[in-house]
Design a protein around this ligand. Structure first.
Ligand code: ADP
Length: 241
C-alpha cells in the first residue's frame, strides 16, 4: 500500500510550503495565439492551461442556430502529454462533463443576445495537469473571451478549496486533491458577487462549507485582480499605429 504523504506539516504549512490560505504562484498572459480571436495562457503552479476563443461567427451545422442569441460551444480537453501517464486523446466522460459545466458558467456572463444566429467557440486545452484544471481553464476562458472583445457582465475567476487533514486550504493541487477529504471548485463573477460554478467532491459540515466559500472568495478576488492586470498589460503594450 502507498503511504499517505504528509499534507500538513507540524508547523502548519502544506506539502509544498504554502500556508493554508495561500494561492500557488500564478501567471497569466493574454493574446498568446495569433489565429484565435482571443486567447490566454494561465498557470497555477504546475497546472498550465491555454484557452482560445473564436467568434462570434457563423454556425456549422446550421441547424444548431439559435434565433435570439449566440450559441456558446465549449471543449475542455486534456492533452495526452498533460498527465504523468499518457492520457487518451479521446474525450472522456469527465471531459464531457467539465465542458458542460464550464460552458454553463460562461453562458451566465456573456451577453449572448447581442449576437443572434452566431456561435462563440471556446477551446480549453490543459497542457499540464496538477489539480485545479477546471478552475484554471475557466479563468483562462473568460480572459480569452475578453481578449476577443466579447461583451460580458463580468470576468469569471475560479479556484478550488479543499480539506486536507481536517484543514481548509486554498487552491489545492493534485496531491491534496488525491489524498484530501474534500475538493470544492468555485467560480464567480467577482464584481457582481455571483457564483457561476460550485461543485463539491467529498464531505464538509455546513460550518466548513461556509468557511470554504469565504476562503474561495478571498482567492477569487486576488485572481480577479491578476486577470485585470493581465488584460491591462496587453492593451498598454499594444504597438502604436
Ligand atoms: P480538476 O483538474 O478541476 O481539479 P479533478 O478533480 O477531476 O479536476 O482532477 C484533479 C487532478 O487529477 C487533475 O488536475 C489532474 O492533475 C489529475 N487527473 C485528472 N484526470 C486525469 C487523468 N485522466 N490522468 C491523470 N491525471 C488526471
Amino acid at each position: 500500500m502507498i503511504e499517505k504523504p504528509v499534507l500538513i506539516k507540524e508547523d502548519g504549512t502544506r506539502h509544498d510550503g504554502r500556508k493554508s490560505e495561500e494561492l500557488r504562484p500564478i501567471r497569466m498572459e493574454v493574446g498568446v495565439l495569433k489565429n484565435a480571436d482571443g486567447s490566454a495562457l494561465v498557470e497555477f503552479g504546475r497546472t498550465k492551461v491555454i484557452a482560445a476563443v473564436y467568434g462570434p461567427r457563423e454556425i456549422h451545422p446550421k441547424h444548431m442556430t439559435l434565433p435570439d442569441r449566440a450559441l456558446i460551444r465549449c471543449r475542455y480537453h486534456m492533452a495526452p502529454f498533460s498527465t504523468s501517464e499518457r492520457k487518451s486523446p479521446a474525450p472522456s466522460r469527465r471531459e464531457v462533463e467539465l465542458s458542460k459545466v464550464i460552458r454553463e458558467a460562461l453562458e451566465a456572463t456573456v451577453f449572448t443576445d447581442l449576437y443572434p444566429r452566431t456561435t462563440i467557440d471556446v477551446f480549453i486545452e490543459v497542457l499540464q495537469a496538477d489539480g485545479g484544471t477546471r478552475t484554471t481553464g475557466l479563468t483562462a476562458a473568460s480572459l480569452a473571451l475578453a481578449d476577443a472583445g466579447i461583451p460580458m457582465r463580468d470576468l469569471v475567476a475560479a479556484v478550488a478549496v479543499g480539506k486536507v487533514n481536517g484543514v481548509l486550504v486554498l487552491d489545492i493541487d493534485e496531491l491534496e486533491d488525491e489524498y484530501g477529504e474534500a475538493d470544492m471548485p468555485v467560480a464567480m463573477m467577482p464584481s457582481l458577487g455571483k457564483i457561476v460554478l460550485l461543485q463539491l467532491n467529498g464531505v464538509l459540515t455546513p460550518e466548513e462549507f461556509k468557511k470554504a466559500l469565504e476562503l474561495a472568495k478571498k482567492g477569487i478576488n486576488e485572481i480577479y485582480r491578476l486577470q485585470k492586470e493581465a488584460l491591462t498589460k496587453k492593451y498598454l503594450s499594444y504597438p502604436e499605429e
